[in-house]
Design a binder for this molecule. Sequence first.
Ligand SMILES: C[S@@+](CC[C@H](N)C(=O)[O-])C[C@H]1O[C@@H](n2cnc3c(N)ncnc32)[C@H](O)[C@@H]1O
Length: 382
Amino acid sequence: MSSKNHKFRFSDKLEWGLDATFVPNKRFPVYNWFYYKEGYSRDLVLKTLEMLKFSPASKDFVLDPFCGSGTTNLACKEAGINSVGFDLSPLALLAARVKCRTYNAKKLAEALVSLREAHFEPQDRSWVPGDVAHYFNPHTLDDVIFFGKTVARIQDEETRDFFRLGLINSATRCSYMFKDGSVVKMQKHHVPPFRKFYFAHMKHMIHDAKKFKAGGKKCKTIIEEGDARAIRLEDSSIGCVITSPPYLNKIEYTKIYRIEEFLFFGGREGKDRGVRSFIGSKADTDILFPDIPASANAYFSDMNRVMRELYRVCKPRAKLAIVVGNGCFPDRVVDSDVLLAELAEQAGFKVNSILVLNRRWCTRNRVEKVGELRESMLVLEK
Ligand SMILES: C[S@@+](CC[C@H](N)C(=O)[O-])C[C@H]1O[C@@H](n2cnc3c(N)ncnc32)[C@H](O)[C@@H]1O
């Protein structure tokens, strides 16, 4: 389906292409505390707020129902705007919460001193299966388990979460993991000594926390566990939505965090929460679009629920910006931007435009071109 032959107004905004990735966040303190591959950037949020003419003076809340690592919420906080974010992934929620809080740097510095003084003891590593352990050298894994337990004993929840996120980040950076698209690969290379790295990283995070400036007026930033298909907010309570749901046919990306989920989120108890995908995972769903693969219909069926929920929670005239990627299948491209715009219209929204942020190729067997794959921003209004 080409962008030319249907009713929606398309325009290119390819100059925002890089902003639709997480890459620019690497330069920004706090935003870069956790590298969330499927996230977008601070600048995309700030530019979108400006484009939607959402005033920082407004008391309205911006909603991100798929908040991931909290980019929307942190950018809103920086601009002095109230915001609320929901996600279902424990790892994403930890990252978003830690990044969006306001800290007492002195308290964090004291906790770092205690952590440095902790008396190291060798750890039982037998509960870590080989396919997780082989991404670490044994000394690093020992340290990671030891500090995991030490951090878990920190009484104050916010301080504990702060050191936990830093631990996860440091463990990844001192491992042989290499995240290539949606798979984790092994790349043996020199890794820095874990303890030294972790302490330096925490010092750095404390410095960032001290320096981060929230916007002019005091604003509220709320991050909660919640499902975008059943949003826990009142009707007509939201002034603006900036978000990006999982992309069609890319839902497996949660697998790339399976090591972090195993080591830090209950892997020891045998829970494997990380590989659960939350949108489009149900087998028997409504057939909304008969000409697309069944798995794609499961996705649109869930996204239909999301659109209806967004319509319910938005105030009249609320503006929405939703970043989506089209789906690459071996025999075709599914234009999610057009189909989601259809669902948005059916839910009651006016589709103002579809801005194309990136054009890539969908390929089969890595080289054969199947079609053009757009990444777009739907601009909607209630
Ligand atoms: C594309 S990412 C969003 C990234 C975010 N914009 C950022 O910059 O970090 C999509 C997120 O949706 C979350 N998710 C998937 N299904 C969900 C659901 N039903 N409800 C809420 N969040 C969900 C995933 O855990 C993931 O963090």
